[in-house]
Every structure is written in structure tokens, then in C-alpha cells.
Design a protein around this ligand. Structure first.
Ligand code: HEM
Ligand code: HEM
Length: 224
């Protein structure tokens, strides 16, 4: 078994990750401080939705290890991993589950935010009018409730990475910065695919989402 360094995370996946970190931090800080910062909370939240749509598309058309098909685990791969017999590259099977959970909870968090409202701070999500006052009130409570899960998954994510550094003596962070990782699996190949056309499609979907919501076009289309 040879240890080799190969390209695992393509540039778009890395840029996505660190932009997501910034946007989620921004949304949490402005959500907690409220008041005049609420419009910024909305902007960070819509940016997060755009990033998530980009990532969902990139999970289909991106390069090898960014693709959902390469990391959605089966029971067998999870068992292999727990037995210490998993050697693959990219997200390990348990890490993959937590990534999917985090993407899902962030989608719910930002999705409910669109219909939420903070009357005392005179702030409404961009799709508030579709829900109306009573339903928006309920969805706002849901938005706050879901935040507990968002925080739980973020804590789990950072704890898992710290566990890898301290206990397993494997630092996963440099790979998310440089794209390259050391792999044990002789069969693992450097990431392939995710060319310029794929990037344009995924970017168009992500940026299109931000535009549709931010410009009010989505509200106009849905209110017809
Ligand atoms: C992943 C993205 C998001 C995160 C992490 C997040 C987080 C939060 C947090 C922490 C609060 C304060 C809850 C509290 O007072 O305890 C909040 C409230 C709120 N958020 Fe978000 N949010 C996100 C996305 C959005 C989006 C996209 C919008 C709308 C564009 C939005 C609109 C609101 C509104 C209107 C409130 C006030 C709700 C109330 O006071 O009942 N959020 N959010
Ligand atoms: C708001 C905070 C954060 C969020 C929302 C977040 C989200 C994510 C997501 C969605 C992925 C999957 C990447 C993909 O396949 O697209 C991921 C992976 C990763 N994140 Fe974060 N992250 C956060 C903070 C951090 C921090 C602070 C670090 C480093 C100290 C970090 C290091 C990593 C690493 C190393 C991976 C790859 C894990 C692996 O090798 O399987 N993340 N993160």
C-alpha cells in the first residue's frame, strides 16, 4: 500500500466551502444581533441559498470526489469504515453523512428564512407576502427551531475535524485549502471532470437563484 498525494477537492468545491463558512458566520452573527443588521441577515441567507444550489449542481456535474454519487455511502461502506477497512479518497462514509445532513439543514434554514418575519425590527423575508402574517409567524418559529440543528451540525463538523487532527493524527484542513490529499488507496485516481462548461452551468444556477430571489422576480412569478 503506497501513500500518494492526489488532487481530491477541485477549486470550485474549495471556494464554495470557504464562502459558505463566511456566509453562515455572517448570517448567524447578524441573526443574533438583529435590529439594523437584519437586511444583512437576509443578504447572507440568500447568498447561502445560491451557494447551496451551486453545490447541488456541482454534486452532479463537478469533478470525481465532489459528486454525490462518489460519496453517498452504502451500509457496506459505512461498515467497512467502522471496521477501519475503508481506504477511499474524498469524504469518508460518516463524514459524507454529516455533509449531506449539513447541506440539508442549511437548505431548510435558509428556505424557511425566506418566509420569516421580524415585525419588531421591521424585517421580512423576500417571500413573506406569499405566507401572510399568521403563517409567517409560524415559519419564523420554525426558522428559530431549525437553528438548533444548524448549530448542532456545525459543532459536530468542527469537532469531527478536530478529532481527526488530535486522535487520528490526520489533518483534513490543508486538503480543503490546496485541493491535494494523501491517500492510502492504490486504486484512487486524481479528481477528473468538472470542466468549464459544468462550472458555467452550476454557477448560472447558483447566481440565477440569488437573482431570482433578491430581485423580487421569484415573488412576482409565484404571486401571479
Ligand atoms: C443558513 C442561513 C440562515 C441562518 C443560519 C439563519 C439564522 C437565524 C438566526 C440565528 C436568527 C435569530 C433567531 C433568534 O432570535 O433566536 C434568525 C432569525 C431570522 N431570520 Fe434567519 N437565518 C438564515 C437564513 C435566513 C434567510 C435566507 C432569511 C430571509 C431572507 C432569514 C430571515 C430571518 C428572519 C426574518 C428572522 C427573524 C425571525 C423572528 O424573529 O422570529 N434568515 N435567523
Ligand atoms: C460555518 C461553518 C462551516 C460550514 C457551514 C462548513 C460546511 C462544510 C461542508 C458543506 C463540507 C462538505 C464540502 C463539500 O463536499 O462540498 C465541508 C467539508 C469540510 N470542512 Fe467545513 N464547514 C464549516 C467550517 C469549517 C471549518 C472552521 C473548518 C476547518 C477548521 C472546516 C473544514 C472542512 C474540511 C477539512 C472539510 C472536508 C472534510 C473531509 O475531508 O471529508 N469547515 N464543510
Amino acid at each position: 500500500m503506497n501513500k500518494r498525494v492526489i488532487r481530491v477537492w477541485d477549486l470550485p468545491t474549495r471556494v464554495f466551502h470557504w464562502l459558505l463558512v463566511l456566509a453562515v458566520a455572517g448570517a448567524i452573527i447578524t441573526g443574533e444581533l438583529r435590529g439594523e443588521l437584519f437586511p444583512w441577515h437576509g443578504r447572507f441567507g440568500i447568498a447561502i441559498l445560491g451557494l447551496l444550489v451551486f453545490r447541488l449542481a456541482w454534486g452532479v456535474v463537478g469533478s470525481t470526489y465532489a459528486r454525490f454519487s462518489s460519496f453517498i455511502p452504502s451500509r457496506l461502506t459505512i461498515r467497512h469504515y467502522l471496521d477501519g477497512a475503508w481506504l477511499g479518497a474524498g469524504h469518508n462514509p460518516l463524514g459524507a453523512l454529516s455533509v449531506l445532513a449539513m447541506l440539508g439543514v442549511l437548505l431548510l434554514q435558509a428556505g424557511t428564512g425566506l418566509f420569516s418575519s421580524a415585525p419588531r425590527d421591521k424585517f421580512q423575508g423576500p417571500l413573506y407576502e406569499l405566507a401572510g402574517k399568521a403563517l409567517s409567524h409560524t415559519i419564523s418559529n420554525l426558522h428559530e427551531f431549525i437553528f438548533n440543528f444548524t448549530i448542532a451540525f456545525l459543532v459536530l463538523h468542527v469537532t469531527a475535524i478536530a478529532y481527526y487532527v488530535r486522535i487520528k493524527k490526520k489533518n483534513l484542513v490543508p486538503a480543503m485549502l490546496t485541493g491535494n490529499a494523501e491517500v492510502d488507496d492504490d486504486a484512487a485516481q486524481p479528481a477528473q471532470g468538472g470542466g468549464p462548461l459544468a462550472l458555467i452551468v452550476a454557477l448560472a444556477l447558483g447566481i440565477g437563484t440569488v437573482w431570482l430571489i433578491g430581485s423580487g422576480t421569484l415573488l412576482a412569478l409565484l404571486s401571479r
